[in-house]
Design a protein around this ligand. Structure first.
Ligand code: C2O
Ligand code: CU
Length: 577
């Protein structure tokens, strides 16, 4: 029986391959080993979690319609691993989403798991670890999808650069994680360094050159692992910068001296082009901008990245835009662009409010079937500090939801629906110290193909007069951002929602004390995380799980349901009963 089953699977695979070939799309194969190794991302030696000896991991480059196949081997000695393909919706392959406890078991040390999924839409994406705080440990890389052969992007450019932004701590993620789950609570603090393509310089701003600071050892590095990735350009050309943020914590702002940027893409969707001097980018977001190299070619220009939304204690991340090959390491004539003040939220809001869907992008349904309001609060629970959604702090179950829902394993997670909203008399500006916070792992079960609205409601955190930024990311779907507003969402805000040209994205920010309204169609069978993309916040419970249509899935690969050979054997036996 097992043999014939294998034969059937094999022939299905062969058929799939044939179908692919006939469509003219390709399979892109990668063989990756995830390992810890020594590395100096910011010129200080540390341990990073990387892939095939590279940090950040290798870039995946594919065309829309291609199959990406990543054969991932866990070479870590004492911990499991998974990789999530951020922004890829995984239509029909929810088991390849790479979320531990949600779409699959973590891959055990020594084991190999094959991720096989279709990249159906051109755009700027990335991938990262999605187990514990492995993204903070350095497990990430770029995933770029080009338009399919014979199609064109709706804008012209002569060259492109990929900029993957991240933040880096000197303390290990294990140390950080213990602090977050201790009482008293120990916060991880601000990052030591901001990295551009995994490179930065700790405590040594290249900009020190312009002040009379003593950091004389600061210079443009050459071949070191921490050497800035210089952008070599030619005069009078148009370049596309693909910018993605996989930060653990920091909200960032990016600017290039003397050069305007025209924003054309956000999270893998085209937007109505608009020009800016600087761009805000939150963890989990990606943008494409076009720049024209029309400045004096005998000069170099700074590209600077700074922190927003939290009082920065981290120096700007810097690299150089260089026109002339003979002067690549010449420092620019003027100092780097100054990052807008960290708490100038009006600046952030005015940027966010310029983003609209480009003409011809899909429009949201006029009405919703279900509206879920999610209150974001920071709470105390038995002395521990947690983040909670409608007063439930998410703790993931050991059995992945995808398999437990498919197989009706009722003891695998809380069966009751998590709260759909919060009490009306709740003062978001001055919330009570939520006495009835609980931990939980219930699932919002969504009707297949229903239209779901989510209102994300921000509130005051534990300390008085503090409300933080949270970038929320949805797996398995893009959503329309219908609007942002101040205070508590109310029926009068309803009329202000944008149903005409709301941007389609996979990540949306909530501003301090504000709300953000989203709409999506639950059209993708699977179990999908929806969470704050700040990694320590998620670790402290800031997320929920949606699921739809799992009964429509024919077969979930055994490797996603159980681990090792005994797991596979037991699953097979079970299937026979
Ligand atoms: Cu990039 Cu669930 O995250
Ligand atoms: Cu958060």
């Amino acid at each position: 029986m097992a043999t014939s089953r294998r034969l059937i699977i094999l022939s299905v695979l062969v058929c799939l391959l044939l179908v692919e070939a006939s469509e003219g799309s390709k399979a892109r194969h990668y063989k990756w080993d995830v390992e810890y190794f020594f590395w100096s991302p910011d010129c200080v030696e540390n341990v990073v979690m990387g892939i095939n000896g590279q940090f950040p991991g290798p870039t995946i480059r594919a065309k829309a319609g291609d199959m990406v196949v990543v054969e991932l081997t866990n070479k870590l000695h004492t911990e499991g691993v998974v990789i999530h393909w951020h922004g890829i919706r995984q239509f029909g392959t929810p088991w390849a989403d790479g979320t531990a406890s949600i779409s699959q078991c973590a891959i055990n040390p020594g084991e190999t798991f094959i991720y096989r999924f279709k990249v159906d839409k051109a755009g700027t994406y990335f991938y990262h670890g999605h187990f514990g705080m492995q993204r903070s440990a350095g497990l990430y890389g770029s995933l770029i999808v080009d338009v399919e052969d014979g199609k064109k992007e709706p804008f012209h450019y002569d060259g492109e650069f990929d900029l993957l932004l991240s933040d880096w701590w000197h303390q290990s993620v294990h140390h950080q994680e213990v602090g977050l789950s201790s009482k008293p609570f120990r916060w991880i603090g601000e990052p030591q360094t901001l990295l551009i393509n995994g490179r930065g310089q700790y405590n040594c701003s290249l900009a020190a050159h312009y002040s009379n600071s003593s950091s004389s050892q600061c210079r443009l590095r050459g071949r070191e692992q921490c050497a800035p990735p210089i952008l070599h350009v030619l005069p009078n050309k148009i370049y596309r910068l693909r910018i993605a943020s996989t930060t653990a914590l920091a909200s960032l702002n990016l600017a290039i001296g003397n050069h305007k940027m025209v924003v054309v893409e956000a999270d893998g969707n085209y937007v109505q082009p608009f020009a800016v001097d600087d761009l805000d980018i939150y963890s989990g977001e990606s943008y494409s901008v076009l720049i024209t190299t029309n400045q004096d070619p005998s000069n170099n220009y700074w590209l600077s990245v700074g922190v927003r939304g939290r009082e920065p204690k981290t120096q700007q991340g810097l690299t150089i835009l260089n026109y002339h090959p003979n002067s690549a390491s010449k420092l620019p004539a003027s100092s780097p662009p100054v990052t807008p003040l960290w708490n100038d939220y009006n600046h952030s809001k005015s940027f966010t409010n310029k983003i609209f869907a480009s003409m011809g992008s899909p429009k949201p349904p006029r009405n919703y079937d279900r509206r879920i309001t999610l209150l974001n609060t920071q709470n105390k629970l038995n002395g521990y500090t947690k983040w909670a959604i409608n007063n439930v702090s998410l703790t993931l179950p050991p059995t992945p939801y995808l398999g437990s829902i498919k197989n009706g394993l009722r003891n695998a997670f809380n069966q009751e629906n998590p709260p759909e909203s919060f009490s009306n008399d709740y003062d978001v500006m001055k919330p009570p110290v939520n006495p009835n916070t609980t931990t939980g792992n219930g699932v919002y079960m969504l009707g297949m193909n229903t239209t779901v609205d989510v209102i994300l409601q921000n509130a005051n955190a534990l300390s008085a007069n503090v409300s933080e930024i949270h970038p929320w990311h949805l797996h398995g779907h893009d959503f329309w951002i219908l609007g942002y507003g101040e205070g508590k969402f109310s029926t009068k805000d309803e009329k202000k929602l944008n149903l005409k040209n709301p941007p389609l994205r996979n990540t949306a920010v909530i501003f301090p004390y504000g709300w953000t309204a989203l709409r999506f169609v639950a059209d993708n069978p699977g179990a999908w995380a929806f969470h704050c993309h700040i990694e320590p916040h998620l670790h402290m419970g800031m997320g929920v799980v949606f699921a739809e249509g799992i009964q429509h899935l024919n077969r979930i690969p055994l490797e996603a349901l159980a681990c090792g050979l005994t797991g596979k054997m037991l699953m097979t036996t079970n299937n026979h009963n």
